[in-house]
Ligand binder design. Structure first.
Ligand code: FES
Length: 84
């Protein structure tokens, strides 16, 4: 009589490491840290500063976050600096 044995399958599960992609795709990549400073006395009217890193007028917002949000389902928007 033949013996029916369950086949043994070895399953190996490995965790893959992934390097998170940077949020900043291409702005001032030559600098180790991009910092922009705004003082309230320098603001004459409302200014919108980009937080999505996709603005063509960085550091100011040019509305590029709208396309980014639509493409990715993200919800980023600018930092608004308003005069008192
Ligand atoms: Fe980046 Fe508007 S373009 S927050």
């Amino acid at each position: 009589p033949s013996v029916c044995r369950p086949s043994r399958t070895r399953i190996v599960v490995r965790a893959e490491t992934s390097v998170a992609s940077p949020i900043n795709p291409n702005i001032q990549k030559e600098n180790p840290k991009v910092v922009d400073t705004v003082t309230t006395s320098s603001v004459e009217k409302q200014v919108a500063y980009c937080r999505c890193w996709r603005s063509g007028t960085f550091p100011k917002c040019n509305g590029a976050h709208v396309a980014w949000n639509k493409e990715t389902g993200d919800n980023v928007g600018p930092l608004l600096i308003k005069k008192d």
